[in-house]
Write a protein that binds this ligand. Structure first.
Ligand code: ZN
Ligand code: ZN
Length: 362
């Protein structure tokens, strides 16, 4: 196996030991299969999905004690599997979590984030940080189909968020992909909401609205792609959007809050024939006004992850500087302080938006 440096036999990793129990452990450094690369992880971002699966395992998750968390990461290729000529040692790379199995009907049609063999490692399914080991470790292996070379101009902090932008672009592609001139409303100014607003602008959206209840993230949105921010504690969002779209409503609505009032608002402000994308995951069943949807030809779409190789498109947008993820990365911690990293993220300490862990820094 070709390597760039002496790879240590053991590495430090954040292992999930039980519900809400993440422990730093010394574990064996993995070695790449024939079509894999070994990545030295420079940054791994904390995501709400991590918080959820740390609290309660997702389907297909490996058993406690045998699972390294983290699915949003970037780093340097330091070893190549025997058949790999797509990458070179030293390449700076970003990744997507989902590989899929490559053999089920969904995967064969490119829908690998909805693999029908989800969690079945024997059949080849992998989703790093979900069903296979993730990036909160000094090293991680990725199949080359999930690896994207990034330009030198892109920092590892931003590169860790590439998968978020990929997910948003997958959302736009799911809804038809043509955004030019469309009025776009985004509900929920969390990381994905803030990225959605920027992506909408980059794709040529008409007027963009960002709706939330906290001023700090709304202001970041205003500086990065939102034509109009609406704080629902101060204004009636439905009224503002209706008024500022000539009484019609939004062509596209991204529901990124995951709560009842967010979904209700999305259904309400989507124009007739409008499209709604569910980006936020609700934690309990939420009723929706299906009569309003059906009588007005409004559609709801869902996306799981960052399918159809949209991480590649995300890298392209970043390379062209059409989207800037840097303002979203507010905090960084070494791996030894991963608990503090999660606390900072979940408690939104000091205006935290995205928090990254740096496994190879002390
Ligand atoms: Zn994530
Ligand atoms: Zn599959």
């Amino acid at each position: 196996m070709e390597t760039i440096e002496k790879i240590p036999d053991k590495m430090m990793a954040a292992v999930l030991m039980g519900p809400n129990q993440v422990e730093l452990q010394e574990v064996e450094t993995p070695s790449p299969g024939p079509a894999d690369v070994l990545i030295r992880v420079e940054t791994c971002a904390v995501c709400s999905t991590d918080v959820s699966l740390i609290a309660k395992p997702f389907a297909g998750q490996p058993p406690y004690g045998d699972f390294i968390i983290g699915h949003e990461y970037a780093g340097v290729v330091v070893a190549l599997g025997e058949t790999v000529d797509e990458f070179k040692l030293g390449d700076r790379v970003a990744v997507e979590a989902h590989l899929g199995c490559s053999r089920c009907r969904n995967c064969r049609r490119g829908n690998y984030t909805s693999c029908l063999n989800h969690g079945n490692r024997k059949k080849g399914h992998r989703a790093n940080g979900f069903t296979t080991n993730g990036g909160d470790a000094q090293y991680v292996i990725n199949h080359i189909n999930t690896v994207y070379k990034i330009p030198d101009t892109l920092s590892f902090e931003e590169a860790a968020l590439v998968t978020n932008l990929g997910c948003v672009l997958y959302g736009f592609e799911t809804m038809g992909g043509f955004v030019v001139g469309d009025n776009v409303a985004v509900i929920g100014p969390g990381p994905l909401g803030l990225i959605s607003i920027q992506a909408a602008k980059a794709l040529g959206a008409g007027r963009t609205f960002l709706v939330g209840r906290r001023d700090a993230p709304l202001q970041i949105g205003k500086a990065n792609g939102a034509d109009r921010v609406i704080n629902i504690n101060k204004e009636d969002a439905a009224e503002v959007i209706r008024e500022e779209t000539d009484g019609v409503g939004a062509d596209i609505v991204f529901e990124s809050s995951g709560n009842q009032s967010g979904l209700d608002l999305a259904v309400k402000v989507a124009k007739r024939m409008g499209q709604i994308l569910l980006l936020g995951f609700a934690h309990e069943p939420i009723p929706a006004d299906f009569a309003e949807l059906a009588l007005n030809n409004k559609s709801i779409h869902t996306v799981r992850g960052e399918s159809w190789a949209n991480v590649g498109r995300a890298v392209s947008l970043l390379k062209q500087q059409k989207v800037n993820l840097r303002p979203l990365v507010t905090h960084s911690f070494p791996l030894s302080q991963i608990d503090e990293a999660y606390k900072t993220y979940t408690e939104r300490k000091d205006g935290a938006i995205k928090v990254v862990v740096k496994p190879n820094e002390s």
